[in-house]
Design a protein around this ligand. Structure first.
Ligand SMILES: [Zn+2]
Ligand SMILES: [Zn+2]
Length: 104
């Protein structure tokens, strides 16, 4: 009749929601994979490799305005990020816009 005995009775029976289903596990794995992807900061890497300078107009950037320097994917595929930097080009926002509006 005490609180303790009713607590024990509850604990003896696992609540359905406390057991992760296969579906829930799969969803967690998918989410982990998804969260891993953007963790790779290719922009910072590219700026480090190629320097904070626009590859087209040679405008130089520093900490105060580097947000205007963007990373362009040379093959147009932003999922293609070889870590040797071969698919990246640092472009200022103007040259970057230009590169995309021109088409290829
Ligand atoms: Zn530029
Ligand atoms: Zn681009």
């Amino acid at each position: 009749m005490s609180l303790r005995s009713s607590y024990n009775r509850k604990a003896g029976r696992p609540k359905p929601e406390s057991v992760p289903s296969a579906e829930e596990v799969a969803r967690d794995v998918r989410r982990m994979k998804y969260e891993q992807k953007p963790a790779f900061n290719y922009r910072a890497l590219s700026l480090e490799m190629h320097g904070m300078i626009c590859a087209k107009c040679a405008r130089e950037f520093d900490e105060t305005n580097k947000r205007e320097l963007t990373v362009h994917h040379i093959d147009g595929n932003d999922a293609n990020n070889p870590t040797d930097g071969s698919n990246w080009e640092n472009l200022c926002i103007h040259c970057h816009e230009d590169a995309h509006s021109r088409g290829r």
